[in-house]
Design a protein around this ligand. Structure first.
Ligand SMILES: NC(=O)c1ccc[n+]([C@@H]2O[C@H](COP(=O)([O-])OP(=O)(O)OC[C@H]3O[C@@H](n4cnc5c(N)ncnc54)[C@H](OP(=O)(O)O)[C@@H]3O)[C@@H](O)[C@H]2O)c1
Length: 297
């Protein structure tokens, strides 16, 4: 545990929403001296009760610590808060850790801007909910210079046990975050349609949830194999052709018609499969879908 007497253990947290408040609380729990700033003051009170110092003066909040963590709605809000001449001039020599969610371009712009102000910059993407923070298995993707990562690492360990440093390219953390989120929500969309099939057939939906959790490693293998095929441009000699995979969606849409359930999710996916069929990839591996996505819209 660190001590609050140590200057290097001072950290400022800007943004005390659902996530930012938890970040500040975890840092307090590890003995960091936390200065907190939030647009609306009332959210700071529980943290003040736990030992944080609240200031409504953003300049004072930045001057209080060598490390500034910002976790607000988005990068635009960050720019609005930190982008004025008076505030940005205070960032020189400090480490700015951005934990708001954004795009790789947001991250690149933020890194270039922070560096132009003489600040170090670390871009982070939290892959967890507030209640999951602080656990050994909680992941945060991080990217930025190796020096910035080294400086931020001990403090970030208080927030998440699994720090995934993705290298010096500022946009890397956001790229990983969005790619994982896309994979996750893509699967959830498929699950929602599956849930409607279960409901239509009078089978409890949570049984499907349990089944998916059980076969998750198999699904993971499928993603892994397909990603290798894409990387190696290996589309030939399929065990299960793209045409066979696409015909699942013909079936899903027919079943939706028979059961009278919504068919938006399989219909949208079938459009993509049909593009791949039209392009002549039907006899290739499922990975060939990527070729239709690479074509400009
Ligand atoms: N919650 C999650 O599960 C989760 C998971 C991973 C990543 N994240 C990311 O963490 C970031 C914060 O999420 P959250 O869940 O904490 O959101 P939230 O509860 O909605 O909090 C948003 C924060 O941004 C501040 N804010 C918004 N607009 C502002 C403005 N114009 N000026 C000043 N402050 C402003 C809010 O201040 P007020 O309190 O004054 O409104 C609040 O501190 C987001 O980028 C989110 O994507 C969240």
């Amino acid at each position: 545990m660190t001590t609050t007497m140590d200057k290097t253990n001072q950290v400022t947290v800007i943004g005390l929403g659902a996530m930012g408040a938890v970040l500040a609380r975890l840092l307090l729990g590890k003995g960091y001296a936390v200065t907190a700033w939030n647009r609306s003051r009332e959210k700071a009170q529980p943290l003040v009760n736990q030992g944080a110092v609240f200031t409504a003066d953003l300049a004072a909040a930045i001057q209080a610590s060598p490390v500034i963590i910002i976790c607000v709605t988005d990068y635009r809000t960050t720019n609005d808060l930190l982008g004025t001449d008076a505030i940005s001039a205070l960032l020189a020599g400090r480490l700015l850790v951005q934990l708001s969610t954004g795009t790789p371009q947001d991250a690149r712009d933020a890194a270039a801007w922070a560096h132009s102000k003489g600040a170090s910059y670390l871009d982070g993407a939290i892959l967890a909910t507030p209640s999951q923070m602080g656990r050994p298995d909680t992941p945060i993707f991080l990217s930025g210079t190796a020096d910035a990562y080294r400086q931020g690492e001990p403090l970030l360990k208080a927030l998440a046990g699994t720090l995934l440093y993705m290298g010096e390219a500022a946009g890397a953390a956001a790229a990983w975050d969005l790619s994982v989120l896309s994979s996750m929500f893509g699967m959830m969309m498929g699950f929602f349609h599956g849930a409607r099939i279960m409901e239509a057939e009078g089978i409890p939906v949570d049984a499907l949830g349990g089944m998916i959790a059980e076969i998750a490693p198999v699904l993971g293998e499928m993603v892994k194999d397909t990603s290798r095929d894409i990387r190696q441009e290996n589309y030939g000699a399929p065990e299960s052709s793209l045409e066979i995979c696409a015909s699942t969606f013909d079936l899903l849409i027919r079943q939706a018609g028979e059961a009278g359930i919504n068919a938006e999710i399989p219909t949208a996916t079938l459009q993509l499969f049909n593009k791949a069929r039209t392009a002549g990839y039907g006899h290739e591996r499922l990975a060939a879908v990527i070729k239709t996505l690479r074509a400009r819209a």
